[in-house]
Design a protein around this ligand. Structure first.
Ligand SMILES: Nc1ncnc2c1ncn2[C@@H]1O[C@H](COP(=O)(O)OP(=O)(O)O)[C@@H](O)[C@H]1O
Ligand code: SF4
Ligand SMILES: [Mg+2]
Length: 331
């Protein structure tokens, strides 16, 4: 049995806004085992980023974690004092932001940013920190690290900035990396390079990773297991193979149907009809019911619980057992 590193139980993170309470994360549970990559997928607005920010307890105001437990190595992070959390952020759990520009400070050189993180968490002198920083740039395959380390963020290309963000995240050898759409704004070739790099580093450093993306193609290639979110709740959670070849939730099916290279095979690109619901007054019962082609009257009345339908395969759909979805990949 593999060991579980992170376990989120029934997490609820709400934003109390002037328009009402936005239930961004509304009862999410998931697990990350040691050494594995969990893909966290779902359309924009499904609560992926807020889940990751909740783990680090850096949800911006007016957001607030209102319920649940976040167990890291068996200890509830929601019960930690702020100074304990500061030790965990970066050193145990690192975060790569969606937009590297947000995580890099434009005013400071690459060198000083890396050195600052290294010295904050490790008891080393300046010279040693510089050497460690150069080593990190080498690790993320930035060419001429001794020269590039003097650069400022604006001197780097998008791909180099993201390599730099990876270096920064890895600087204290975290056990868990939360990578939030790390390649979304990069072109396809650079994206593949960065993902390849992250995959290698994960293996080399023995980390676990939560890879957040709306792109099913990326998780197919990177993740061991996948948790699918919809409107702040988990729809389905299983191994990557199971999600792609034997999905049981209608929303997972819809996501797979919308994957371009899978769709091209069938000569049509499906778009999931409708839009992500308003999270102030979400649809009753199953939140996916207004968009679900299998919906019945009960679907708007009963909230489907997340059930283990077969070993290690969790599904939150009232009709999961009767609808017998065929994977769009098997056509
Ligand atoms: N600062 C905020 N104030 C109000 N609502 C927010 C705020 N940040 C996020 N949300 C809401 O939380 C929901 C989930 O957002 P997010 O986690 O960023 O989605 P994802 O990362 O899956 O695209 C969205 O409906 C979004 O509008
Ligand atoms: S519970 Fe009903 S509406 Fe929700 S996914 Fe299942 S069939 Fe569709
Ligand atoms: Mg996001």
């Amino acid at each position: 049995m593999s060991k579980e590193l992170l376990k989120i139980e029934n997490l609820k993170t709400y934003f109390d806004t002037w328009a009402g309470v936005v239930k961004a994360v509304d009862g999410i549970s998931l697990e990350v085992e040691e050494g594995e990559t969990l893909g966290l997928v779902g359309e924009s607005g499904s609560g992926k980023t807020v889940t990751a920010l909740s783990v680090l307890r850096i949800v911006p105001r007016p957001g607030k974690i209102v319920d649940g437990r976040i167990l890291y190595r068996g200890e509830n992070l929601l019960e930690k004092k702020e100074n304990e959390m500061q030790k965990i952020r970066g050193k145990e759990i690192a975060y790569i932001f969606q937009d590297p520009a947000t995580s890099l400070n434009p005013v400071f050189s690459i060198a000083s940013q890396l050195i600052e993180v290294i010295r904050r968490h490790q008891n080393v002198g300046k010279q040693e920190a510089i050497e460690k920083a150069i080593e990190l740039l080498r690790l993320v395959e930035i060419p001429d690290p001794k020269i590039r380390i003097r650069d400022y963020p604006h001197q780097l290309s998008g791909g180099m900035k993201q390599r730099m963000a990876v270096a920064r995240a890895l600087s204290c050898q975290p056990s868990l990396l939360l990578a939030d759409e790390p390649t979304t704004n990069l072109d396809v070739t650079i994206q593949a390079q960065i993902l390849g790099l992250m995959k290698n580093l994960k293996k080399k450093l023995g980390m676990s990773m939560v890879l957040i993306t709306h792109d099913m193609g990326i998780v197919a290639d990177m993740a061991d297991r996948i948790t699918v979110l919809y409107a702040g709740r988990v729809c389905e959670s299983a191994s990557t193979i199971t999600i792609f070849y034997s999905p049981m939730h209608p929303y997972t099916e819809a996501l797979l149907t919308a994957v371009p290279h899978l769709a091209i095979k069938r000569e049509k690109l499906a778009v999931i009809p409708g839009t992500i619901p308003n999270l102030i007054e979400p649809p009753s019962g199953c939140r996916f019911h207004p968009r679900c082609k299998y919906a019945r009257a009960t679907c708007s009345e009963i909230v489907p619980p997340l059930e283990e339908i077969e070993p290690e395969h969790y599904v939150a759909c009232l009709r999961a057992k009767e609808i017998a979805i065929r994977s769009p990949l098997e056509s």
